[in-house]
Write a protein that binds this ligand. Structure first.
Ligand SMILES: Cc1cc2nc3c(=O)[nH]c(=O)nc-3n(C[C@H](O)[C@H](O)[C@H](O)COP(=O)(O)OP(=O)(O)OC[C@H]3O[C@@H](n4cnc5c(N)ncnc54)[C@H](O)[C@@H]3O)c2cc1C
Ligand SMILES: *[C@@H]1O[C@H](CO)[C@@H](O)[C@H](O)[C@H]1NC(C)=O
Ligand SMILES: *[C@@H]1O[C@H](CO)[C@@H](O)[C@H](O)[C@H]1NC(C)=O
Ligand SMILES: *[C@@H]1O[C@H](CO)[C@@H](O)[C@H](O)[C@H]1NC(C)=O
Length: 486
């Protein structure tokens, strides 16, 4: 009798445990949304083997911190905006300064302080293509914004494809099947415009060419708009803030296995549980959960999680992630690499490069510390902190080639985002009955907001499936349906 009661309590307790693997923006926002949906009594464990924040991280240069990973946020990234507001954080403006594009020989484009001059230069060089480009991006963004309405009405999707389809139908979904290059060529943009304006933006944002899929291409181009922002003190503060606000339990450890196990109640039916086996301080531990959310890219090089005894087996993903190195250098740029103008007349704060530039960097730009409120401006003594993105780790000789002199250099190597190669096949969101995967959304585009959207979706999906609310999942015609509702 007593053992029955005890068993009941144990199972009752166990059956309210949720696990999230990874404490980046995806995992911590998932904790936040799971708490919203499942209420205050469920126990949420969040596993993290390195730092809270994941690909949101800072690096220090002489006592000041700078963003090393995800750095800028679009003004219409509403989940990120909401988090910052709810957590009482502050924002800083992230755009500003003057930009140039280097093609290996010369600066093919240079921004000026005068908006009207920039417009004239653009029109002179590329006709009205930049305006048309802006309209193309706006159109994609407009459709993309529908997700906020769906999610605020609690609707969830069981796959990335269904989510995208609900936003803009087959046209939208088809963007994953085509390269940005072929999409823009078909739309009549010139080779010159694609090489000199579009490729450099893909190189700085995704370390890749215009052969990436058209959807991530549009996301990337939206970063060329004004109003970009970042979190004061570092974007990773959103992750630690969400972790705290969600009242979940951070477990510092590396998850090695997830195993499906059947536990039999004496009186009831056998229940399937997930056993999460993890290593912490070189000891192996494990715990049982009814719902597990994986919020880190699933591949051997990154999360290296093995799924044991699943029926049917959990599919394996081998998505290749792009290797990118962030280097911060405090020094004086040798501007004559880019321009014949005297150093004090250089004026640019960011130099992007074309695919043909044949340089060992993708981009270089002055950055402001995460605490600074000001836009980057060239300093008077000539030394600034520059952020460089490159495919490979820079050698000392390469740094010396870029700088007349430098005091300090730090680097961080990332497996940064998927290597895009359309047609993309997105990983499943539902890996098993109550096992969900967030990072499949990166196949469409990798960005902080995308991870937050995936987290909200996974929390809603887990909740509706748990409660049998099938009418809240994969609904057709949501846009029309919700248009008339207030
Ligand atoms: C250099 C760079 C620049 C970028 N710039 C921008 C930008 O300007 N704007 C933007 O929106 N996005 C940008 N991004 C993309 C953005 O940073 C990512 O899309 C986003 O941070 C991904 O968050 P996530 O939580 O999904 O994954 P992650 O941040 O990778 O989090 C996964 C976490 O899981 C942990 N983990 C992995 N395996 C295990 C395990 N087995 N056990 C326990 N823990 C585990 C990892 O340590 C990690 O902390 C950039 C990315 C990089 C690298
Ligand atoms: C995208 O391509 C896949 C094959 O790779 C095909 O099955 C799918 O129907 C295509 N989707 C669209 C919307 O074009
Ligand atoms: C992945 O984990 C297994 C053990 O679980 C280990 O043997 C292997 O070396 C790991 N692979 C990588 C690339 O870290
Ligand atoms: C700066 O770069 C130019 C062009 O690459 C080179 O000729 C010059 O020697 C460099 N100056 C210094 C001081 O390294």
């Amino acid at each position: 009798m007593w053992s029955n009661v005890l068993m009941y309590f144990i199972l009752h307790f166990i059956s309210y445990m949720k696990a999230i693997i990874g404490a980046g923006i995806g995992g911590t926002s998932a904790a936040y949304y799971l708490r919203q949906k499942f209420g205050k009594d469920v126990k949420i464990d969040l596993f993290e083997r390195e730092e809270v924040g994941g690909r949101l991280a800072t690096m220090a240069v002489q006592g000041q911190d700078y963003e090393a990973g995800g750095s800028v946020i679009h003004p219409l990234n509403l989940h990120m905006k909401r988090f910052v507001k709810d957590l009482g954080l502050s924002t800083v403006e992230a755009s500003g300064g003057l930009l140039g594009v280097y093609n290996g020989e010369t600066l093919v484009f240079e921004e000026s302080n005068w908006f009207i001059i920039n417009m004239i230069k653009l029109v002179w060089r590329y006709g009205f293509q930049s305006l048309r480009m802006h309209m193309w991006v706006e159109d994609v963004l407009d459709k993309f914004m529908r997700i906020y309405r769906y999610q605020s009405h609690d609707y969830a999707f069981s796959s990335v494809e269904k989510l995208l389809h609900s936003l803009g139908g087959n046209d939208f979904l088809g963007m994953l099947n085509r390269t940005l290059l072929e999409t823009l060529q078909k739309a009549g943009f010139s080779e010159k415009f694609l090489n000199e304006m579009i490729s450099p933006v893909m190189r700085v944002n995704y370390g890749q060419s215009t052969d990436i899929n058209a959807f991530v291409g549009a996301v990337s181009l939206s970063s060329a708009e004004s109003g970009l922002w970042a979190v004061e003190g570092g974007n990773k503060l959103v992750c630690s803030g969400l972790l705290q606000a969600s009242k979940s339990n951070l477990i510092p450890g590396s998850v090695m296995y997830i195993e499906e196990k059947t536990r039999t109640k004496r009186t009831g039916n056998p229940t399937k549980m997930y056993e999460v086996v993890y290593q912490a301080a070189s000891e192996t531990h494990s715990d049982f959960y009814d719902i597990v959310l994986v919020a880190t890219p699933l591949n051997r090089k990154m999360s290296n999680i093995t799924f044991l005894n699943f029926d049917p087996p959990v599919e394996e993903f081998h998505q290749y992630y792009q290797h990118i190195v962030t280097t911060l250098v405090k020094g004086e740029l040798n501007t004559s690499i880019f321009s014949t103008r005297p150093i004090n007349k250089f004026g640019l704060t960011t130099v992007l490069t074309t695919d043909s530039s044949d340089l060992f960097i993708n981009s270089i730009g002055i950055v402001a510390p995460v605490r600074g409120k000001d836009n980057p401006v060239p300093s008077t003594d000539g030394t600034n902190v520059w952020k460089i993105f490159s495919q490979e780790t820079l050698t000392k000789a390469q740094i010396l080639k870029l700088f007349l002199s430098y005091d300090y250099a730090v680097k961080k190597a990332w497996l940064a985002y998927p290597h895009y190669k359309p047609p993309e096949k997105c990983p499943s969101i539902i890996l098993h009955d109550r096992l969900y995967y967030l990072n499949g959304i990166e196949c469409a585009a990798s960005a902080m907001e995308m991870s937050a959207i995936a987290a909200h979706n996974a929390a809603l999906l887990a909740y509706h499936r748990w409660n049998g609310h099938t009418d809240m999942i994969d609904q057709d015609g949501l846009y029309e349906k919700l248009k008339t509702e207030l």
